[in-house]
Write a protein of this length. Structure first.
Length: 445
């Protein structure tokens, strides 16, 4: 019973850390977005555009491996972001809300409704048009901004709503990953894809052999990324695939470590010589070193990597992505007017998302297929559904893939403008609704 209670506390603490990072990261990403928009609509636009299109890479004789700074961010740094997403998904499947059918059913089915409805609305508006390929743009929820909006409401929001929205966003990410892999990959090189099986198999073998060091996994993940980069399947998917091979079990049980720590502490105190400098006391140093090594084995490789990379992802990678991809030229841009692509994106995020999420959830609860999460009611569920229309990061990412190419730059710009407007509308409406609900309702745990 004590072990189960301890595991539950670890899960809750992990969620609280995740929520805090997401909320704080949303603020940094918002600042980066505003900076990008301001700079893009000043005289700095030309210099900024030139900077993102400058190339960097490895050059040696006839060998040349280079990408523009923009592509390094979109294809390489975002692969790290997707790696973190993969770790979060694996953790949720093993011990989180996705680990049980009862916990996962409602948010997963709600996420499915929240992907299909926006895609359908977009497809209806753009059927047969040049922008028809962008139907995947309004499908995903930006978890950082959605949770950031909830964070502004503090403890007045039931924790179950935060868990529901987080789980929904994770399920959304899974859907987006599948869509990117199947529908937004072209000219597949089967040779490179076959080669990708080598580092993947090596990572599985490392997992089976219970290798605790993260270094060999990282090396294999880089090779896997290079294989995907050349295969025609979007390279960021390598991050998700690699994440699922990372061991989630620690070498040392925390309770065993606690007993070991007490024993070692007593020994360290027993051999201490007050008159001797610590650096000369080899026995004490060896005992202390043993404690530090054991401490590393208490956390699993998955936990260590997630805790190490999550701040990098939220405070550097995503803001850089926003800075590079939100530089939308509005001033003096004749293509600013929103056409079918923009209309489809806005309808998908502002109308389709809440319609799909709330509609499917309401139907499931009313028919008795699912139970309303503890502490929530339909008013909170509707507010969360509105916030699900914040699509920023993943929507921009999909628009980059869907409309990549010189002949589709205007549609890409139009989609990005619509994403920004729709996400802002969804965020304001969702936040305002939940703030109103909080005033009218008794706060629940």
């Amino acid at each position: 019973m004590q072990k189960r209670s301890g595991l539950r506390q670890i899960i809750i603490t992990g969620f609280q850390d995740f929520f805090r990072y997401e909320a704080a990261g949303a603020v940094v990403m918002l600042v980066a977005t505003i900076v990008a928009l301001v700079m893009a609509n000043t005289d700095l636009y030309g210099s900024l555009n030139h900077l993102w299109n400058m190339e960097a890479g490895v050059f040696s004789g006839s060998f040349r491996f280079s990408r523009s700074y923009l592509l390094w961010i979109d294809d390489a740094l975002m692969a790290i972001f997707f790696f973190v997403v993969g770790l979060e998904i694996k953790r949720e499947i093993l011990v989180g809300e996705l680990s049980t059918l009862r916990g996962a059913a409602l948010p997963v089915v709600a996420a499915l409704g929240g992907m299909l409805a926006p895609a359908l609305l977009y497809a209806l508006v753009n059927h047969g048009g040049e922008g028809a390929h962008g139907w995947g743009i309004p499908m995903a929820t930006d978890i950082a901004f959605a949770l950031g909006a909830l964070a502004l409401l503090g403890s007045r929001i039931p924790r179950s709503l935060k868990v529901f929205l987080s789980t929904l966003a994770v399920a959304d990410d899974i859907g987006a990953i599948i869509v990117i892999g199947i529908f937004y990959s072209s000219d597949v090189s089967w040779g490179w894809l076959a080669f990708a099986a080598v580092p993947f198999a090596a990572m599985i073998l490392l997992n089976r052999k219970k290798v605790d060091s993260t270094v060999p996994y990282i090396i294999c993940a880089v090779v896997l990324w290079l294989a995907f980069l050349n295969s025609g399947i979007h390279a960021t998917l390598a991050g998700v695939i690699a994440a699922f091979t990372i061991p989630a079990t620690a070498k040392l049980d925390p309770l065993v470590f606690t007993r070991f720590l007490r024993e070692r502490s007593q020994k360290i105190e027993g051999v201490h010589k007050p008159e001797s400098p610590v650096i000369k006391d080899d026995e004490q140093q060896i005992l202390a070193y043993g404690v530090s090594q054991a401490a590393l084995r208490v956390a699993s490789p998955l936990q260590r990597l997630e805790h190490a990379i999550l701040p990098l992802s939220n405070f550097i990678i995503l803001p850089l992505f926003a800075l590079a991809n939100a530089e939308i030229r509005i001033v003096g841009n004749s293509g600013f007017s929103l056409g079918k692509v923009g209309l489809g994106v806005m309808l998908g995020l502002v109308v389709g998302k809440p319609l799909g999420v709330f509609g499917v959830s309401w139907l499931g609860i009313k028919t008795g297929l699912f139970k309303m999460p503890r502490g929530m009611d339909l008013k909170y569920l509707f507010g969360g559904s509105l916030l699900a229309g914040i699509g920023f990061t993943m929507s921009i990412f999909v628009s980059n893939i869907a409309f990549r190419g010189s002949d589709a730059t205007e549609m890409m710009a139009e989609a990005k403008i619509a994403i920004l407007i729709a996400s802002l509308i969804s965020g304001i409406i969702g936040f305002s609704w939940l703030k109103f609900v909080c005033k009218k309702s008794e706060v629940r745990p």
